[in-house]
Design a protein around this ligand. Structure first.
Ligand code: HEM
Length: 347
């Protein structure tokens, strides 16, 4: 997803999130998951400051894109050969990885030495304190959280807004829910919805779940067999084989979702107005079993918060036709999603 372009001429806030009375086009903004949350300002300065942070912000997506290019090759031997020959893309991948590792390693060293000013109650501090984890583990742990969350949620929101742009009935329904949640407030509060209020939004939850069913952010999930095994249907798999399931196809399978499987229908997730989760084994959008997504609740709340604040204040329409898939690890939209926002008039 592309970052928002420019800022609102009225407020100076980023376009797409600002309440702006002029109609204008912008790409949907992504919620950023940055490393700054791990530690305080003092640490940021000590670990390379803004410059280091900027290098990481460009190194991370570049490294990810180059890694995805490796996956597109017909056989792993090809990139191994390219790495041995030190081709341009392999060199760039090595450099991007080094920038990111250097940045995170500094945080890890600070955590180990107790030089970080955060409370010490975060997971990384706990791992660092227990003394049994290697530096490599401590570096990969926060990186995997940042990588897992930084591409998926923006991809999911992009497709959700794409779906909403052709379903004014669903938008109306969401707005009605927002109105009721606001009306239930005992005391007038701030503009932003509270966590509790976001949790009460059953219809919005259903609309998001239904969008993810048809447009899962992680469409293919491969696993490599650790040992010879047999699948429940009797299919034998050998050690080293790759087994992959396709959550995109599962989300559109008639056998799971019924005859209307191709239809976007949030109501299928509601019973007497209350959101009903499906088995993760039928709906593996966040994977299923012990390695299920750790950020699932956070992702849904983020999506609710962003959608609620945008739909409450702004009308939107697609600025250009879109909807093609971008081949990557997560299912992004080719070219981002340019949208035009206009301040809503009171109904
Ligand atoms: C709509 C948004 C998201 C979707 C659809 C999603 C989906 C997934 C999926 C399918 C996996 C399994 C991947 C695999 O094992 O190959 C996964 C793992 C993971 N996700 Fe998410 N995710 C989302 C957002 C997030 C966010 C916001 C975070 C954290 C801030 C996060 C953290 C993680 C982590 C740490 C794992 C690895 C869990 C493990 O291996 O034990 N995810 N996610």
């Amino acid at each position: 997803m592309r970052p928002p372009t420019g800022s609102c001429p009225c407020s100076g806030r980023p376009a797409g999130t600002a309440r702006c009375s002029t109609s204008r086009s912008s790409s949907i903004a992504s919620p950023s998951t940055t490393s700054s949350a791990w530690c305080s300002t003092r640490t940021r300065t000590a670990s390379g400051g803004e410059q280091g942070g900027r290098a990481v912000l460009s190194g991370l997506p570049r490294g990810r894109a180059l890694s995805v290019d490796r996956l597109k090759l017909p056989h792993p031997l090809v990139w191994k050969l390219k790495r041995w020959l030190d081709t341009e893309d392999e060199r760039r991948l090595r450099e991007s990885t080094a920038v990111v590792h250097e940045f995170v390693d500094k945080y890890v060293r600070l955590k180990r030495s107790g030089g970080c000013t955060s409370s010490g109650g975060d997971l990384l501090s706990r791992f660092a304190e227990d003394g049994t984890r290697t530096d490599e583990f401590l570096r990969d742990f926060p990186l995997s959280v940042v990588l897992a969350g930084s591409d998926t949620t923006p991809a999911a929101i992009t497709w959700f807004f794409y779906v909403l742009s052709s379903r004014p009935d669903v938008v109306d329904h969401i707005r009605e829910e927002l109105r009721l949640v606001r009306a239930r407030r005992c005391e007038p509060g701030g503009e932003a919805f509270t966590l509790e209020e976001l949790r009460e939004m059953n219809y919005l939850h259903a609309a998001i779940a239904e969008s993810l069913r048809l447009h899962p952010a992680v469409p293919l999930l491969p696993r490599v067999c650790a040992a010879d095994d047999e699948m429940p249907d009797g299919t034998r798999v050998r050690r080293g084989w790759t087994v992959m399931y396709n959550s995109y196809a599962m989300g559109r399978a008639e056998v799971i979702w019924g005859k209307d499987c191709g239809e976007y229908r949030p109501e299928r997730w509601l019973e007497v107005g209350v959101f009903q989760a499906r088995s993760a084994f039928q709906y593996p959008v966040f994977h299923a079993g012990p390695r299920m997504c750790l950020g699932k609740e956070m992702a849904v709340i983020q999506m609710k918060a962003i959608t609620a604040s945008i739909l409450e204040g702004l009308d939107m329409e697609l600025a250009e036709p879109r909807g093609k898939h971008d081949l990557s690890i997560s299912m992004r939209m080719e070219g981002g999603l340019p949208m035009r926002f206009r301040e809503r008039r009171a109904p």
